[in-house]
Design a protein around this ligand. Structure first.
Ligand code: PEP
Ligand code: MG
Length: 585
């Protein structure tokens, strides 16, 4: 048995067989064939291509059909590769001239194709290499009679092991078949971690060497609460973990699903607890866990894992779908936050040395008004439903906010002219996730209807810690006094300017910090759906008055460790036996 350590990002225990994604090397046999075998080899090639085509079409059909979540297009690119006549003629040519078997000829032609693309001075074509590698692996597995298991195809429950999970993989994710996630890279707020948490799947990321130490079919245990993975556990360890898993499930069940959408503290202070969503599977959870609407709708997942851009109509349908489903509560649609650790296939963005500091979010949108305006129009149109709010990510100063508002006004004028309906008074928020925005919050507040603090980014930018880099994850501290001072000042400035302020980073769903944020007088807490019942129960069990006093005390401390210890002691005192049940579940 070996024990590997990583970063605990989504609680719970998964026990099962590993399914290693992406890194498998296929060994392709090379055989000399006779003249008489040529036609048989060409037939085998055609068979493999036809079967692969069938498989891809079936996969496309299985992808969730919620409006606006059209990831099926990623497979269009794969179909184009296997239908490419130049490639097919080259393979046939090799079979005939070199008298070699079809799979070997195919692998050689693909290699030639990829080498040629890599030499081109065209970033887009070079990036196509991933599609070609992906689909050619599918074809080769057909020759080798190995079944290509896609995530959508999984027959048994497995634990996914990967270097990282790409958005196109999560698109085909059958939640009921995934017992856990393990990745080599990433931190608490990288996109894989957020998805796992939102779907309630145990996950450990930043393991660095997981894919080197785990093979498909290995029996493993992923402990998403402790942040460790056990490979080939002994009988005794397996038994212990089965008990631990049962206890965890019981504890989760013991947390009552709130009866009401509204939440109040013991002394009747109203607290808004809402949900963050990105994938279609998460939408039903908003109601199930009684979240008061959607405090953050990450729209970039509509744009990812596909070869084109979603049209205004497609986006409109997606936003409308969410608005209708969360009514009478509201949905805050965030305009696309592309860049960082999420990239579009089209248009191609040149690779950057520091993508989190680069051409990301509002910076990308302002540089591409033709893309941005389509989204703004679609959100505006969905706002005719009455409960849609909008916010801009990664604003670093007032000019960006003004430029964005100007484009929005242009869109409103256009829609009016076209006779299309929208909410004239749509509420417009600014995300506060860059220290310069936090420090100029007074200026931004005058031109915003609300603030939403994005601590996932605010922490990385104020502490200079890459949120997706496991090597510096120990420095990523939500309780750092610098972060807390920024948050406190943003909340106070918002209130002085008579606007409300929410927080939609992962910190809002962490119980100790949710308690602190209540004491700092935050108005709205938005988090991954499974956190909602816990945070609501916490709010019901504490008083606002006491939270304020404890927050004042915590704000005087010097380190994140001291802050966490103080919050832990105080909450333990207040909650008594319920503390362990709530915090450890
Ligand atoms: C944040 O930065 O806190 C946030 C909610 O946005 P994202 O995680 O999508 O960057
Ligand atoms: Mg952010």
């Amino acid at each position: 048995m070996i024990k590997l350590k990583g970063i605990a990002v989504s609680g719970g225990i998964g026990i099962g067989k590993a399914y290693l994604l992406g890194k498998e090397e296929l060994s392709i046999p090379k055989r000399k064939i006779s003249y008489a075998d040529i036609s048989r080899e060409i037939y085998r090639l055609e068979e493999a291509l036809i079967e692969t085509r069938r498989e891809i079409l079936a996969l496309q059909r299985k992808i969730p059909q919620e409006p606006g979540f059209d990831h099926a297009l990623v497979f269009e690119a794969h179909l184009l590769v296997i239908e490419d006549r130049v490639l097919i003629e080259d393979v046939i040519g090799q079979i005939k001239e070199k008298k070699i078997n079809a799979e070997y000829a195919f692998s050689q032609s693909v290699k030639k194709y990829i080498d040629a693309l890599l030499k081109l001075d065209d970033e887009y074509l070079r990036e196509r290499v991933i599609d070609i590698e992906d689909v050619s692996r599918r074809v080769l597995k057909k020759f080798l009679k190995e079944k290509t298991v896609s995530l959508g195809d999984l027959k048994e429950k497995v634990i996914i092991v990967a270097h990282d999970l790409f958005p196109s993989w999560t698109a085909t994710l059958p939640k009921e078949k995934v017992l856990g996630f393990i990745t080599d890279i990433g931190g608490k707020t990288s996109h894989t971690a957020i998805i796992a948490r939102n779907l309630g799947i145990p996950a450990v990321v930043g393991m660095q060497i997981a894919t080197e130490n785990i093979k498909s079919e290995d029996m493993i245990i992923v402990d998403g609460s402790e942040g460790c993975v056990l490979v080939h556990p002994t009988e005794k360890v397996l038994e212990d973990y089965q008990k631990k898993r049962a206890k965890y499930t019981q504890e989760i069940k013991a947390i009552p699903v709130p009866r009401l959408f509204k939440a109040y503290t013991k002394d009747k202070k109203e607290v808004i607890v809402s949900a963050n969503i990105e994938l279609p599977e998460e939408l039903p959870l908003v109601k199930e866990y009684k979240a008061e609407g959607v405090g953050l709708y990450r729209t970039e997942y509509i744009f990812l894992g596909r070869g084109d851009l979603p049209s205004e109509e497609e986006q409109y349908k997606a936003y409308l779908n969410v608005a209708k489903k969360v009514k009478p509560y509201s949905v805050i649609v965030r305009t696309i936050d592309i860049g960082g650790d999420k990239f579009l296939t089209q248009p191609q963005v040149p690779k950057e040395i520091s993508p989190f500091l680069g051409w990301r979010a509002i910076r990308f949108c302002l540089a591409h008004p033709e893309i941005f305006k389509i989204q703004l129009r679609a959100i505006l149109r969905a706002s005719s439903w009455g409960n849609v709010k909008m916010m801009f990510p990664m604003i670093s100063g007032i000019e960006e906010l003004r430029q964005s508002r100007k484009l929005l006004e242009e869109c409103k004028k256009e829609l009016k002219k076209e006779g299309k309906h929208f909410d004239e008074n749509i509420s417009l928020g600014t995300m506060i996730e860059v220290p310069s925005a936090a420090l100029t919050a007074d200026v931004l507040a005058r031109e915003s209807d609300f603030f939403s603090i994005g601590t996932n980014d605010l922490i990385q930018y104020s502490l200079a810690v890459d949120r997706a880099n496991e090597k510096v994850a120990y420095l990523y501290e939500p309780g750092h006094p610098a972060v807390l001072k920024l948050i406190k000042s943003v909340i106070d400035i918002a209130h002085e300017n008579n606007i409300w302020v929410g927080l939609c980073g992962e910190m809002a769903g962490e119980l100790l910090f949710a308690f602190l944020l209540l004491g700092l007088e935050l108005d709205e807490f938005s988090m991954s759906p499974p956190q909602v019942p816990k945070v609501k129960e916490l709010m019901r069990s504490v008083s606002f008055k006491e939270a304020k006093a404890i927050a004042q005390k915590a704000m005087k401390l010097n380190t994140a460790g001291e802050v966490e210890r103080c919050l832990q002691e105080e909450l333990k005192r207040i909650l008594g036996d319920d503390f362990d049940r709530l915090l450890l579940a």
